[in-house]
Design a protein around this ligand. Structure first.
Ligand code: XUL
Ligand code: MN
Ligand code: MN
Length: 412
């Protein structure tokens, strides 16, 4: 192939994207509760060892492009859009006015606002640091985020505690730090009750997000399970207002099975919001687009969520790779992530209706019909051929994922 000069590259990317097919219309995409974060689209590719590869973009750009793609919901950190020094001041109101205009012009709604309590230097020792003035500031930030969320018409807030941990053991007293962190959340829920009443709106759903490592060396609430324990620890004044925003990759990072973590959140009635992405087990937070690494696991996750009537947002909390250009972010990265999600979601629906899977599952649940009181060996012997269905089920799922059940043919 001849070299492709820069002025031909966008056209090439667009032609190959179109030729890839399998894309949904913006109208179809808008039927799903998919949200796009401001920070995901505006991510410039920077990291500790990485210089940015993309130019900065504004919330107007992100909202306009999400609108064109058919991403119906937008979410943001407070400081993604409002400079820290303007928080709670008149500048905040002005910016919120512009955001509301932009959202309504492009047909999006704001689903969630999250407080950045990890990036600014004030949070170096966490939002629950020893100095009371730091904790007061953290309380101001979460209360202000509640106000922003109500102002923008959101239903959810998310709290990823980020720096709630330590680099050097012994520097922090863990139980005290957790009590102090609970105080910040208590300030947020109490303020929410007040604002919701004033605005005659339902209170927000406050969702905790765990990540096992990064940015601190040790994290005090590293997993969704730890968050569940924290919610029911007695430290929260309104545990009924607090649930979870698990992130798929964050569960893989500690070596967990995301589907099992989500199942535990579901049985606790706390699966309210979900960050969707992909990545690798026991590695750092690579935030790859949903379904690019573990499509079979994702199919399984979505089967679980569909069968339990999960109706919260699917939040595209991933990062377009550094190798993707500014043009590629909206020409390839977001539409392809949305379309992989929709395909897997629809496939999960088909799987739940699949007659082979249904019969296999029903047969497993029926058992062999051994009378009560039989001994262990007899029960095992009576069921052993039924149990072969476990592997058949896994094979069937892979068949459906790869399209083999539709008679895909190969050269052999
Ligand atoms: C960090 C992360 C955040 C939260 C919101 O790993 O996932 O983007 O989702 O603060
Ligand atoms: Mn992540
Ligand atoms: Mn996240």
């Amino acid at each position: 192939m001849k070299p492709v000069p820069v002025f031909e590259q966008q056209a090439l990317v667009e032609r190959l994207m179109k030729a890839s097919g399998g894309s949904y219309s913006p109208e179809t995409r808008r039927k799903y509760f998919i949200s796009g974060p401001q920070w995901a689209a505006a991510y410039q590719g920077q990291a500790l060892f990485h210089a940015p590869t993309r130019a900065p973009i504004t919330f107007e750009d992100v909202i306009r492009e999400y609108g064109k793609i058919g991403i119906g919901h937008w979410c943001t950190h407070d400081t993604d859009v409002i400079p820290t020094e303007q928080l709670g001041k008149s500048g905040q109101q002005e910016i919120l006015g512009q955001i509301k205009q932009s959202l309504s012009h492009h047909g999006l709604s704001c689903s969630m606002v999250t407080a950045e309590t990890f990036f600014h230097k004030i949070f170096a020792a966490s939002p629950a640091a020893e100095a009371p003035e730091i904790r007061q500031y953290a309380a101001f930030r979460v209360k202000n985020t509640v106000e922003i969320a109500h102002e923008l018409g959101a239903q959810f807030t998310v709290y990823w505690p980020g720096t709630l941990g330590y680099y050097v053991q012994g520097a922090v007293e863990e139980t005290q730090t957790l009590c102090w962190y609970a105080e910040a959340l208590n300030a947020a829920t109490a303020h929410d009750i007040e604002i919701a009443k004033k605005k005659n709106r339902p209170a927000l759903k406050h969702c905790l997000e765990a990540k096992p490592f990064e940015p601190q060396a040790e994290i005090l609430l590293p997993t969704s399970d730890a968050m569940l324990a924290f919610i029911s620890s007695g430290l929260l004044q309104h545990p009924e207002m607090v649930g979870l925003n698990p992130e798929y990759l964050h569960e893989l990072m500690w070596g967990g099975a995301p589907r099992a973590a989500l199942a535990r959140a579901l049985v606790a009635g706390k699966l309210w919001h979900l960050d969707i992405n992909d990545g690798y087990r026991l590695k750092h937070d690579v935030d790859i687009g949903v379904g690019l690494v573990n499509p079979l696991d994702w199919l399984n996750v979505l089967m679980l969520l569909r069968s339990h009537g999960y109706n919260g947002p699917f939040n595209l909390d991933y990062k377009p790779p550094r190798t993707t250009s500014n043009h590629g972010v909206f020409a390839v990265s977001f539409p392809s992530a949305v379309d992989r999600f929709i395909t897997l979601w629809e496939m999960a629906g088909e799987v739940l209706e699949d007659s082979i899977l249904r019969e296999a599952t029903d047969a497993l649940k029926a058992g062999a019909g051994v009378p009560a009181g039989a001994d262990a060996d007899a029960i095992f012997e009576a069921n052993k051929d039924l149990l072969t269905l476990h592997e058949l089920i896994a094979h069937r799922l892979v068949q459906i994922l790869l399209g083999l059940h539709r008679g895909r043919t190969y050269s052999v």
